[in-house]
Design a protein around this ligand. Structure first.
Ligand SMILES: [Zn+2]
Length: 385
């Protein structure tokens, strides 16, 4: 793509939209005055901020003196019918002269509408690297297509090569469990309770975004989470997150956002009405051999006896072999199952089993964990409804 075109005029009495002023300023920072210029030496501007003021006014005038209203040898001033003194208009002679003079490395710069942070367009090779990386990660086939579409669409619309953040693809239940243990806390979701556990959610970030600091220096080491830009201006960083959300949820991509505060997050379903815990209970039941539900106090399970559901604790407890099931629950579940069994006319009812022991409870904790393992292995078949 060529340089992003300004949306309106910049100069004395012009519209001076912040993004247009910022882009014109950035270009004037990357143009060196011709040798022996009467207007001075070096670049036309030494910093940019999106605000049209005296230094920008002087820079535009000086540039026009040197390159727009000057003869080829710059020895005399000449009129230029396609330029306006003191103003840069979209596509006019002053704009064309700026594009002709700007340093090659900065020949394609962009700025988001309403913003003032100018950045250098990502190359086709940088885009390809992000695509290759996304292809190597774990997602369902359908969602991977959306991840790629999001990456491509961000480049097509904005010239940015976004990519999947670290741990932004499918997380195993064990990875989720480890994430839950982190201090300070980064998630409330236990194993199987995160939208990242099923290959249908991602975190996308801006690692490598080459934006220009106020002094024109290119940031060559930006992080996925825009740590550098956020330090400079949180509102400018949010503009990039908003652009990502807009593209991710566009018809061209078709993903959904998660919580608003989770800015890099995109997923394959609209979770406005989805309880991840209730869906895990459904997924556990579909993947294994026990019946499950989720209540406000945690999960409940029939312990494989087909009768009433007993409280067994949180997903993290079950995963950690610390389910809250008791020997008394097992005794009760067994007795209910025996009582419910249809009486056989040929055989007498078997004698009641002795009460369950602590060892039985330990074995049951392992059996519950086994059901979670089956669900983890069956991740591709999870559904949101
Ligand atoms: Zn996420």
């Amino acid at each position: 793509m060529p340089m992003q075109l300004i949306s309106g005029a910049v100069g004395e009495g012009a519209t001076n939209a912040i993004h247009d002023v910022a882009l014109v300023q950035a270009i004037l920072m990357k143009i060196t005055r011709p040798p022996r210029a009467v207007t001075g030496i070096g670049a036309y501007l030494s910093s940019y901020n999106g605000v049209y003021g005296a230094s920008t006014k002087n820079a535009i005038n000086a540039f026009q003196t040197d390159y727009v209203f000057a003869s080829a040898n710059r020895l005399q001033s000449v009129p230029n019918p396609n330029a306006t003194a003191g103003e840069v208009r979209p596509g006019d002679a002053t704009w064309a002269a700026m594009l002709a003079q700007v340093a090659t490395d900065f020949a394609s710069m962009h700025v988001l509408t309403g913003g003032k942070t100018v950045y250098v367009e990502a190359t086709a090779a940088q885009l390809q690297t992000k695509i290759v990386q996304a292809n190597a990660l774990t997602f369902t086939t359908v969602f991977r297509t959306k991840v790629r579409a999001c990456i491509n669409e961000m480049h097509a619309r904005h010239g940015i090569a976004v990519g999947v953040c670290d741990q932004g693809d499918r997380r195993t239940f064990q990875a989720q469990y480890l994430l839950l243990q982190k201090v300070p806390s980064v998630t409330h979701a236990g194993p199987g309770e995160s939208n990242h556990n099923y290959g249908m959610a991602t975190d996308i970030g801006f690692a490598g975004l080459r934006w220009l600091h106020a002094d024109g220096a290119v940031d060559n080491n930006e992080k996925s989470w825009l740590h550098h830009l956020t330090a400079a201006s949180a509102s400018e960083a949010n503009r990039f997150w908003d652009a990502l959300r807009t593209v991710g949820t566009s018809a061209a991509v078709g993903a959904f956002r998660g919580p608003l505060s989770d800015r890099p997050h995109l997923q394959n379903w609209n979770d406005a009405t989805v309880s991840m815990r209730s869906r895990l209970a459904v997924h556990l039941q579909a993947s294994g051999s026990m019946r499950w539900s989720h209540a406000s106090d945690g999960y409940r399970c029939d312990l494989g006896f087909g009768g009433a559901l007993y409280p067994v604790g949180t997903a993290a407890q079950i995963w950690n072999l610390a389910a809250t099931v008791t020997a008394a629950n097992i005794t009760q579940a067994r007795a209910a199952a025996a009582a419910a069994a249809p009486p056989s006319p040929s055989a007498p009812r078997p004698p009641a089993r002795p009460p369950a022991t602590a060892a039985d409870a330990t074995a049951m904790r392992q059996a519950l964990r086994d059901q979670f393992d089956l669900s983890d292995a069956n991740w591709q078949n999870w559904t949101a409804n």
